[in-house]
Design a protein around this ligand. Structure first.
Ligand SMILES: [Zn+2]
Length: 365
């Protein structure tokens, strides 16, 4: 297949700055690489944090790591995806949001490839860094060696498939760490995209009841379609909040609480709610300096397990795909992508996503 000489990417030059389109040359993929024509990229909360300057990001910045695309060229040696399905030109694929430099103590001993030294992510690099096409806010993406690729089944729409490699896979990792068992009760702090996938996955893992906490009334209403049985405002008076939650979580309170609201001040509330022996998983407080004051004695006395989860293991990407395929009739995942923008309107998409006028904005490059 002959490639065009170049492709466009949308870049920004400083935090909160406008986006401009830049052309960079295309080449045939090197051995072990795949070149994809991006079909859709959804804007993740971390894209917004980076653009707003809350996290360090090199400029001119190329963002977008929740991506799917079609294979337009295969480098030497790439014949199969991570589960063994054949890869061919034209296949629609997703791939891990990160890639690693190679074998290391983190991959071979700790089984934490996502925390390898030297790990890097799509949509996290300066556009001036070769091969220039390495983000979702562009027409093409080179998928480099030591990434994990999955072929997508035809049954999934683009809107269902695009959040798989960040939002869904992360919540698979979170609910795995929470060790949710059949019949258990789960509290989710934050009913944004992660919270909604978390609720649906908790139900699929056998949770008896899921309780969602969010200050936004519209989010609380929507959550009922994603497996949340009771939605409450976390600002409700403490005794009343505990009374309502504990009524659904007899005899002593929820087995699991999951923080995906990104607000450190919500952590004491999560610890307060849990039953003795319960598990608390933190996944939303991704920015540095998430300071909070809490009564550590409660963690000890209630014998709580507290876990932090950042990114996901490659196996969680396979599980994310299989979860959405198996549960797409039960939960309306297609509704979550509620704004679509062409590549020359990335700035509008980011502004709408930052102001929460849309839940998940999609760039159609
Ligand atoms: Zn993300």
């Amino acid at each position: 297949m002959t490639l065009p000489d170049s492709g466009r990417v949308a870049v920004y030059d400083q935090p909160n700055g406008p986006f401009r389109l830049v052309d960079y040359p295309l080449r045939q993929p090197a051995a072990g690489e795949v070149l994809a024509r991006n079909r859709m990229a959804t804007i993740c909360r971390s894209d917004i944090h980076t653009w707003q300057g809350h996290r360090p990001g090199p400029c001119p910045g190329l963002l977008g790591h929740e991506i799917i695309g079609d294979i337009v060229a295969l480098g030497d040696g790439v014949t199969r995806d991570m589960r063994g399905d054949s890869l061919n030109l034209g296949d629609r694929i997703t791939w891990s949001e990160y890639f690693i430099p190679g074998s290391s103590y983190f991959t071979d001993v700790l089984d934490l490839p996502q925390k390898s030294h030297g790990v890097d992510k799509y949509g996290h690099m300066a556009a001036t860094t070769a091969p220039h096409h390495h983000g979702g806010f562009g027409e093409y993406c080179y998928i480099v060696p030591r990434s994990w690729i999955l072929r997508l089944p035809d049954v999934l729409t683009d809107a269902e498939a695009t959040p798989l490699n960040c939002g869904v896979a992360t919540m698979i990792a979170v609910t795995e760490a929470a060790q949710i068992r059949i019949g258990q009760t789960v509290v989710i702090q934050g009913l944004g995209l992660l919270g909604l996938y978390g609720a649906a996955i908790a139900k699929a893992r056998g949770a008896r009841a899921v309780i969602g906490l969010d200050t936004d009334a519209a989010r609380r209403t929507r959550a009922s379609r994603f497996g949340v049985d009771l939605s409450l405002d976390p600002g409700t008076e403490k005794a009343e909040l505990l009374r309502q939650i504990h009524a659904l979580c007899l005899p002593e309170g929820p087995d699991v609480a999951i923080e995906v609201c990104g607000v450190a001040q919500a952590i004491p509330q999560g610890i307060d709610l849990l039953r003795t022996g319960g598990t608390y998983v933190l996944a939303g407080v991704v920015n540095p300096l998430a300071m909070v004051t809490l009564d550590a004695n409660l963690i000890l006395k209630k014998m709580l397990t507290v876990r932090g989860i950042h990114n996901y293991h490659p196996r969680n990407l396979i599980e994310a795909l299989d979860f959405v395929v198996a549960n797409r009739a039960r939960f309306p995942f297609h509704e979550l992508v509620d704004g679509r923008y062409p590549l020359d309107r990335v700035g509008d998409a980011m502004a709408d996503a930052a102001a929460q006028r849309v839940l998940r904005a999609a760039i159609i490059p």
